[in-house]
Design a protein around this ligand. Structure first.
Ligand code: GAR
Length: 201
């Protein structure tokens, strides 16, 4: 299963995926490309460390969504990777219909709350401010509704009296680092292997 990762930030979840792959825990999934919409994002450093192509791809002209020329650039570049799965791992940009149609049924997103609670930005801060006792993280299929697609799996995190917002962030991220690779491994079991070549070279 060919996996393309999109991210905007430090890339700790992309790193968790690549570590799982290196440890043989990703079943038949293989990360073939990482793209970032931020030229200085930490996620781009993973390319050299893990021997995977990683590059900045210009998302212009919009700041918070992927549409127009930027969307076309992403569609064309990702199509060249022939992905079976596109993983949004901290890709902080709203995906629009053109992209959704191009990779229909193949896009998953990681979100740091137990959806449908706390969609949108700073989900961990939202959960903390609301005073919930259990939060967590979600992997879901991506649809036109932001953070609203069908839920694939979730992991719960209990908020203890001794927690601070900072320790809660660490706990949710740790849960993400286990959940996302495990979902990708499971999905790879459902993907048919590529047809065998008919001739040998
Ligand atoms: C993760 O916590 C992910 O759930 C979140 O961005 C972070 C990326 O961290 N995504 C969203 O909030 C999407 N709505 P990372 O760059 O270290 O993987």
């Amino acid at each position: 299963m060919r996996v393309v990762i999109l991210g905007s930030g430090r890339g700790s979840n992309a790193e968790a995926i690549l570590r799982a792959q290196a440890a043989g825990r990703l079943e038949s999934a293989r990360v073939v490309q990482i793209f970032s919409d931020q030229p200085d994002a930490g996620i781009l450093d993973l390319g050299e460390r893990f021997g995977v192509s990683a590059r900045y791809l210009d998302p212009a002209p919009f700041k918070t969504k992927l549409e127009g020329a930027g969307e076309s650039r992403y569609i064309a570049a990702i199509r060249e990777c022939a992905p079976d799965l596109v993983v949004l791992a901290g890709f902080m940009r709203v995906i629009k219909l053109g992209f959704l149609d191009a990779f229909a049924g193949k896009i998953i997103n990681l979100h740091p709350s137990l959806l449908p609670s706390f969609p949108g930005l700073d989900a961990i801060g939202q959960a903390w401010a609301r005073g919930v006792k259990i939060t967590g993280c979600t992997v879901h299929s991506v649809t036109a509704e932001v953070d609203g697609g069908p839920i694939i799996d979730q992991a719960a995190v209990r908020i203890e009296p001794s927690d601070t917002l900072e320790t809660l962030r660490e706990k949710v991220h740790a849960a993400e680092h286990t959940l996302l690779p495990s979902v990708i491994a499971r999905l790879s079991k459902a993907v048919q292997p590529s047809p065998l070549p008919l001739t040998t070279e």
